[in-house]
Design a protein around this ligand. Structure first.
Ligand SMILES: Nc1ccn([C@@H]2O[C@H](COP(=O)(O)OP(=O)(O)OP(=O)(O)O)[C@@H](O)[C@H]2O)c(=O)n1
Ligand SMILES: C[C@](O)(CO)[C@H](O)COP(=O)(O)O
Length: 287
């Protein structure tokens, strides 16, 4: 028997249509396994385990719908559906997922947008975001304080200052630098134009939560940007801000990090090994 999701409630768009170029796994990143399970399966299971999500729509690469369906069937076949995302931009994939989600649950109160790439996000983060939307915030983002000092740079490369510096401009090659001293720091440099006050910065994660009307309106207003990843919003809250809407942050979680590079994947494996060793009962002979 297939249970229909409730008319109102919480629907999640789980973005998984990216190619994973920076991970370089030779196939869709969402199907890469960590601790024996795919990123997609872990992310979908995390949403379902929160106990506050009624339905999940996964955006998949159009050529991979069947493989992605098999993967999420293991989570909860009725609760998760798979639709084609867009190869063009994450923003376009979210918009396609949002349309499918609201077809399925036209009266949804809360829409979440989550990255399959944040596969280890604990369910408590999802509960926190949904509670904040239900408390009346139209756009809610989980976030952490940043550990690094962040610089803003101007686009383009710069030549070194004349004088004793060890880099200098290469004649007739604008933007190229060459070593003029003992220790060249590298072949390029960018000009710093500012240092935002670190205490006011937050690194934002997913799931991001919205009242349905706020997210639909933000995607409509920003629709022209989705045709090019370079113009597109890098997160959905950014579309709300661009419209003048109010976005709030709530506490994120260090395990909600985005698996982008091979180093992130190694970190995820280590986190799961550590969890496993804490929860596994000691075998006979172990102290
Ligand atoms: N056109 C796109 C691009 C990205 N995503 C999804 O958005 C999330 C965040 O994107 P990212 O981590 O950058 O994944 P990729 O785009 O796959 O990575 P890369 O940029 O290295 O190719 C991922 O879950 C990804 O599958 C998507 O659904 N559609
Ligand atoms: C949405 C996001 O995860 C928030 O930090 C992030 O902006 C996605 O960026 P990506 O380059 O598409 O991975």
């Amino acid at each position: 028997m297939s249970l229909a999701p409730p008319a109102q409630g919480v629907v999640a768009v789980l973005t998984a249509a990216g190619s994973g170029r920076r991970l370089g796994a030779g196939g869709p990143k969402a199907l890469v396994r960590v601790g024996g399970l795919s990123l997609l399966r872990r992310a979908a299971q995390g949403l379902v385990d929160s106990g506050v999500v009624d339905h999940v729509v996964v955006t998949a690469p159009a050529a991979e719908l069947d493989r992605f369906r098999v993967e999420v069937d293991a989570v909860a076949a009725e609760a998760v559906e798979v639709v084609a995302g867009s190869p063009v931009s994450r923003q376009a994939s979210v918009r396609l997922g949002l349309e499918a989600a609201l077809d399925r649950m036209p009266g949804a109160e809360v829409v979440l947008v989550h990255d399959a790439a944040r596969a280890l996000t604990p369910p408590e983060v999802t509960r926190r975001v949904v509670a904040a939307v239900r408390a009346g915030h139209g756009a809610v983002v989980p976030a952490l304080a940043v550990a690094d000092t962040v610089k803003e740079v101007a686009p383009g490369l710069v030549a070194a200052q004349p004088g004793p510096a060890y880099l200098s401009a290469v004649p007739d090659r604008p933007g190229c630098l060459e070593s003029g001293g003992e220790e060249p720091p590298g072949p390029w440099a960018e000009a710093v134009v500012g240092t935002p006050e670190r205490a006011r910065l937050r690194a934002v994660q997913t799931p991001q939560g919205f009242s349905a009307g706020v997210l639909v309106s933000a995607h409509r207003a920003g629709a022209a940007r989705e045709v090019d990843e370079a113009l597109a919003a890098s997160d959905d809250a950014g579309l709300v801000e661009a419209q003048g809407g109010r976005v709030v942050v709530v506490a994120g979680h260090e395990q909600a990090f985005k698996i982008t590079t091979p180093l992130d994947l190694a970190l995820a494996e280590a986190v799961l090994r550590d969890e496993d060793s804490r929860t596994r009962p000691p075998s006979s002979g172990e102290q």
